[in-house]
Ligand binder design. Structure first.
Ligand code: AKG
Length: 279
């Protein structure tokens, strides 16, 4: 028996590779989390970026808690079963009026993971509308072969290498996954997806959680890390990430440095340039 999703929702996810919207957080919870993020940004004197965007649950206790929130994990369990690792958490922030975009791509082309059932859970902490550049997906593309990609290194592209699908994508078939603050979308790690610029007056703030069954493996890098968030890990394919005692806990911050450096090597393997972005 599914825990929270209907059989119809699960069937749609399996057939099309995505499902949304799923209400998760109350308005007061969204305000609290956005406040925590923006307090950190105000203290550091600018938007979160660089290495802070990835594996960020090691830096912020509140994000580690959110990654383990049963309201999100119940959805994920309905899709991939009870024994769940979170491999990465990524901030996707587009400032109001910013040209930042994400080109059409398939994540499992470059994450080095042997995990065709990877679920990305993307949570909106501000409005993710068509105007603010919400994600768009190409239904059913997760079930087909991974398409060829090319690196563009475009400076407004939020992806590591500005990588994009090198064949024509039929944009007419794309579905926009607009979300209200506190809502979640889920998509399969093989699905083709993209997002446009933020033409709205507010920041578009999203955080993504990338969940895999514990049997998943890193097949490109020699070392990688993940957090056991539900069930048990009989495989131990990944180094277990420590749970931070608080924000910027020194032990977790030191682990974060190692984990992001390993991720950097995986994502830039074979690239001709390093942009400094990870995503
Ligand atoms: O936030 C976006 O616009 C893109 C996110 C993305 O590519 C992902 O979560 O896999």
């Amino acid at each position: 028996m599914p825990m929270v999703l209907t059989e119809t929702a699960i069937m749609q996810y399996r057939r099309d590779g995505y499902f949304f919207p799923i209400p998760i957080l109350r308005a007061d919870e969204v305000a609290d989390l956005r406040g925590r993020l923006e307090t950190f940004e105000a203290k550091q004197g600018g938007p979160i970026g660089g290495g802070h965007r990835n594996k960020s649950h090691l830096l912020f206790k509140w994000l580690d808690d959110l990654m383990r929130d049963s309201r999100i994990l119940d959805v994920v369990e309905d899709l991939i079963g009870h024994d769940i690792l979170c491999w990465n958490t990524i901030f996707w922030i587009k400032e109001a009026g910013s040209p930042s975009f994400v080109s059409w791509h398939q994540d499992l082309n470059y994450w080095g993971l042997d995990a065709n059932d990877l679920v990305t859970a993307w949570l909106a902490l501000s409005p993710a509308s068509v105007e603010s550049g919400c994600m768009r997906v190409l239904p059913g593309s997760h079930a087909e072969a991974i398409l060829p990609h090319a690196d563009t290194f475009h400076s407004d592209n939020m992806l590591t290498r500005g990588q994009e699908i090198a064949v024509e994508v039929d944009e007419d078939k794309a579905v926009s996954m607009a979300l209200k603050p506190g809502e979640l979308s889920v998509h399969n790690g093989r699905i083709a997806h993209a997002s446009g610029a933020n033409d709205a007056h507010d920041r578009r703030i999203g955080v993504s959680f990338h969940y895999v069954p514990t049997r998943a493996q890193q097949v490109v890098g020699d070392w990688d890390s993940a957090a056991l968030v539900r069930g048990k890990d009989d495989y131990r394919h990944f180094a277990a990430t420590p749970i931070p005692a608080g924000d910027m806990d020194p032990v977790a911050v030191a682990f974060h440095e190692k984990a992001v450096s390993a991720l950097h090597d995986i994502l830039y393997r074979g690239a001709e340039q390093v942009t400094g972005r990870l995503g």
